[in-house]
Design a binder for this molecule. Structure first.
Ligand SMILES: NC(=O)c1ccc[n+]([C@@H]2O[C@H](COP(=O)([O-])OP(=O)(O)OC[C@H]3O[C@@H](n4cnc5c(N)ncnc54)[C@H](OP(=O)(O)O)[C@@H]3O)[C@@H](O)[C@H]2O)c1
Length: 297
């Protein structure tokens, strides 16, 4: 693993890496030399917890998110814990973000050794009531950006025969989710894509895994307006740190599908074998939220 005593790296810039020569240890080197773990959505929640966990194991970490203040706070928190951090303020849905990440890393002498595709957003409510823009945004974040970043980083990993990709799906990927229909479908895509890629990459020295947690205590649920859904009161939500612990170890030991906890793996298995005609009404009952109030004119 990389040396943890290197000085902290500065903010990479809001999707615009600086053209100035780097003051980092790599300045003057022709090619990136040091491995780093890139965590999208690394400024809070599960992503920040994963960044902490991988940094604790000695990895240098790059965190990617849109809000620069939250990103800076997360980076300070990681540095206070002894991590070496690169901050990259970028929106994963922007088509040039893979290149922006590459440039920000290369300017500091790093290459993406491990990619954690964690950035994701939820959508709660009846599909037909969702604004089209919200649906587009969720597909762009949960599906398109994850796919684009995976395709961008994977060939170099395969050439190096090291590193890997940890995609963050959800327990929702194992079943249909009425009233969070698009979110559940997007996570089914992540699960399916990742399992298939893990098979294709097997034996090439590259680890590919999917992390599929049940509910986790983050601001995610409030953000999508699901706090009043029954699952929030009836289901225990794990801490992000605990989820990250399972994610880290699962990834390191080469698990392909990592379901954190001891009960959720059983739920995942049950979901795989239960007919959807039974699962659909059950999930609808758990996920239903009152329709949103119309916005004031
Ligand atoms: N919480 C749960 O119960 C749960 C359960 C299973 C799976 N998951 C999955 O776990 C992942 C993380 O969830 P979480 O609960 O940690 O969410 P969260 O607390 O809402 O954090 C989301 C993170 O993603 C970033 N992000 C969102 N959109 C982005 C974009 N377009 N570009 C770059 N960064 C973006 C956010 O920062 P900015 O807003 O500043 O960009 C933030 O850092 C998601 O994929 C989610 O689907 C969550």
């Amino acid at each position: 693993m990389a040396d943890r005593d290197q000085p902290s790296a500065p903010i990479a810039g809001n999707a615009k890496p600086s053209a100035e020569p780097s003051a980092e240890p790599s300045a003057g080197l022709a090619a990136p030399v040091a491995p780093i773990t890139v965590v999208t959505g690394g400024s809070e929640g599960i992503g920040l917890a994963l960044a902490h966990r991988f940094a604790k194991a000695g990895d240098h970490v790059a965190i990617v998110a849109r809000n620069p203040e939250r990103l800076a706070r997360a980076a300070s928190e990681l540095r206070a814990a002894g991590a070496t951090v690169v901050e990259i303020a970028a929106d994963v849905t922007a088509p040039d973000t893979p290149a922006v990440i590459d440039a920000a890393l290369a300017a500091r002498g790093y290459y993406a050794d491990v990619l954690i595709n964690n950035a994701g957003i939820g959508l709660s409510g009846a599909f037909a009531d969702e604004p089209e823009a919200a649906i587009e945004r969720a597909m762009a974040t949960n599906v398109t950006a994850l796919t684009r970043l995976t395709r961008h980083m994977l060939p170099a990993m395969l050439n190096r025969r090291r590193g890997g990709i940890l995609n963050v799906a959800s327990m929702g990927g194992f079943m249909p989710g009425p009233y969070q229909a698009l979110y559940y479908a997007s996570k089914a895509y992540v699960l399916s894509l990742t399992e298939a890629l893990a098979f294709e990459a097997a034996g090439n020295g590259v680890r590919i895994a999917v992390l599929a947690p049940g509910p986790v205590e983050t601001r995610f649920h409030a953000r999508m307006g699901a706090e009043r859904a029954r699952y929030r009161t009836l289901m225990h939500a794990m801490s992000p740190a605990r989820v990250a612990g399972f994610g880290y170890w699962g990834f390191r030991v080469g698990r392909r599908v990592i379901v954190p906890g001891f009960v959720w793996p059983v739920v995942a298995l049950a979901a795989r074998i239960t007919p959807h005609v039974l699962l659909n009404p059950m999930m609808a009952w758990l996920l239903y939220t009152e329709p949103r109030q119309p916005l004031p004119k």
